[in-house]
Design a protein around this ligand. Sequence first.
Ligand code: GAL
Length: 412
Amino acid sequence: MLKKIAFAVAVSASAGAYAADNVEVLHWWTSGGEAAALNVLKDDLSGNGVTWQDMPVAGGGGEGAMTVLRARVTANNAPTAAQMLGFDIQDWGAQGSAADLNSVAQAENWDAVVPSALQRFSKYDGQWIAAPVNVHSTNWVWANKKIFDELGLAMPLNFDQLIDALDAIKAAGYTAFAHGGQAWQDATVFDSVVLSTGGVDFYRQSMIDLDAEALGSDTMKTVFERMGKLASYVDDNFSGRDWNLASAMVINNEAGIQIMGDWAKGEFLNAGKVPGQDFMCFRFPGTAGAVTFNSDQFVMFKVGDDRQKAQGEMAKAVLSPGFQSAFNVVKGSVPARTDVSDADFDDCGKKGMRDLADANANGTLLGSMAHGHAAPAAVKNAVYDVVTAHFNGEYSAEDAVAELVAAVSDAQ
Ligand code: GAL
């Protein structure tokens, strides 16, 4: 009997300690490369005495994760933190269940080191509610070096050169364009094609200002024609494929290129591939000098007093300079602070950091539509629907333009 009581006391004491030091984190980092990056965070936190309770919800772009999050908060069971993008963060700020991170932010001087393009999303009503962990960008191409060398292909500098390269790769019997037919992946390609076809001003007018004239323009028709052209280079099994399996096709010498954000680099690195040797990274042809960015941030939710310490530790750890370097080297992204050295980054990462700083200085840093940094979720989802229906042959380019104008207008 005594033994039993002692056991019960021990269990409840350790359960209490577990809850206090525990962070439950909702995220969509389920691929090999993403899991490797997440391990950097878990290890960092465990070094600070914080244990990790995993709440993964698969699906790039985070649509599935956001659905689960809404259910959790509605059930009064919010996680400690949730991975989130851009405008979604603002929605949770307005909703009122996000925690106040101002004291950590002040102690750690976040105002001075986090780029204003990110702070615009991390703060709601002047209050820090999220800790940015990285900056990704979507206007990248990931190319198989062996195939490019074998076919004597140079890095394409404009859309026509890209098509020439894809023709050559296809003629040699490879899948030219490794792609996964999921709405968010189609939209990720769309980010690049809009920017390449219309330039920075057009991207801003159509994707960020949601200007009806730009959305309905001849330039947008060309965008859809180009999307249709790219769709002719995917393989027969592209529909529904996960993005990391498309990366694997390039990694395994089955396909020439993938058009994807720099989380793809995490897959190449995780497979032991070396940039410049096994694969190449370059900006989507015609978009050099501009960056369509997205930043993963951890929104912290209001939790009981007992869990606030661990939550604060997590917020602090996420933005510490050492962690920002270690994590982003593995993830494929670049740091969310301006004062981190690029010494540990590979050539693609160094280029990513340079490009981000230049774009920020030159006014060519643009929020990614596909990844929630150009417009609120309702508009983003409307764009997804039109882009994906067109990519799958349901609309002509002309019809897609008309559908886009109507869908964006309805969604506002
Ligand atoms: C993005 C996210 C990246 C990456 C990608 C694929 O939305 O910002 O970190 O995880 O989805 O899952």
